[in-house]
Design a protein around this ligand. Structure first.
Ligand SMILES: [Zn+2]
Length: 327
């Protein structure tokens, strides 16, 4: 759909939705707060904190790239019928800014990532010299705890009758996140200093590297909107072969072709780099699997990274890990 048609149909839809009343676009259970989120990690936190008093719809499922995602007419209708909209912000949903702006005039629309204090955010080079921050905050579990606080606060504001319930759920979830954060620190400490290099398709892991002591390099920069060029592939291949980095990683929400091109280029330089596995970067795993929740997603990523960079089989680690439960 071209931009003009999109704008017209968007305006028409909004007019229709607001004329007949906000709740009419999507039928919802009136006893529950209806929450619409973008990425799965936010949907997961909202569902855990909101429990029985909320109904959560995540617009972006497994494998979906938030940087490139455009809201469909169905998404707009879902958002227009919601009580609360939660999104990442910090330009994570690069193509949805206009939709959020319009929604904001009628519905509480919260960029949860913007609850991170500026001094704890990572600054990145924005377009035309604008100040911009890395939106991939969920890779530092201690930052994600601040996001869950913001979600609990929003739910409590919109549904004060159940505020204590939301705060209690948030406190319990915070404890699980603290356990997870400590576990990640312990697990990543197994990787020797000279192997702490994480090479992925795009620059999603910078908060991870800061929190857990890795050097990260992404082929495509902070957003997947820019493609990696042949020059980048050569530069990366030279670096990997020279440093003898054992493994590089593909991401579930980014096509694997650039990482595969790097692997081929490294091999042509006589060093056998492995694809260390698939990381869930900007989207979680399938519903019904441990990786379909934030806790399981982080654990999967950390185990994949540590196993590949230390050359250990994941089976060995499975029994040790079993004392930490998935949601
Ligand atoms: Zn990303």
């Amino acid at each position: 759909m071209n931009r003009t048609r999109w704008t017209i149909s968007f305006a028409a839809l909004l007019a229709l939705v607001f004329l007949v009343g906000c709740g009419s676009a999507e039928k919802k259970d009136s006893d529950k707060l209806s929450i619409v989120t973008t990425v799965g990690m936010i949907a997961d936190a909202a569902a855990i904190i909101g429990g029985e008093h909320v109904e959560v719809t995540g617009l972006m499922g497994p494998g979906v790239d938030p940087h490139l995602y455009k809201a469909s007419e169905g998404d707009v209708a879902r958002m227009a019928g919601a009580d609360i909209i939660l999104y990442g912000g910090l330009h994570l949903e690069g193509k949805m800014g206009e939709v959020f702006e319009r929604m904001q005039t009628r519905i509480p629309t919260v960029a949860v990532g913007e609850s991170i204090p500026v001094e704890r955010r990572l600054r990145v080079a924005g377009k035309k010299g604008n100040v911009q921050y890395d939106p991939h905050i969920w890779f530092d579990v201690s930052l994600w705890m601040l996001v869950t606080d913001r979600i609990a606060e929003t739910l409590a504001e919109q549904d004060s009758a159940n505020a204590a319930y939301y705060q209690a759920n948030a406190a319990a979830y915070r404890d699980s996140l603290q356990v997870l954060h400590d576990w990640v620190l312990e697990r990543t400490a197994l990787v020797p200093e000279d192997k702490r290099v994480l090479i992925t398709a795009h620059d999603a892991f910078t908060y991870f590297s800061r929190a857990y002591g890795f050097e990260v390099r992404g082929l495509q920069g902070i957003s997947t909107a820019t493609e990696a060029g042949t020059g980048d592939v050569i530069k990366f291949a030279d670096f990997i072969a020279k440093q003898q980095i054992p493994a590089i990683f593909v991401e579930s929400s980014v096509p694997p072709r650039t990482i595969e091109a790097v692997q081929a280029a490294v091999r042509s330089r006589g060093f056998d780099v492995q694809i260390g596995g698939e990381l869930f970067s900007d989207a979680m795993g399938n519903t019904g699997t441990p990786e379909g929740h934030y806790l399981g997603m982080v654990r999967h990523n950390v185990n994949t990274i540590v196993d590949a960079l230390t050359g250990k089989a994941s089976v060995e680690l499975a029994t040790e890990d079993s004392d930490i439960t998935h949601e």
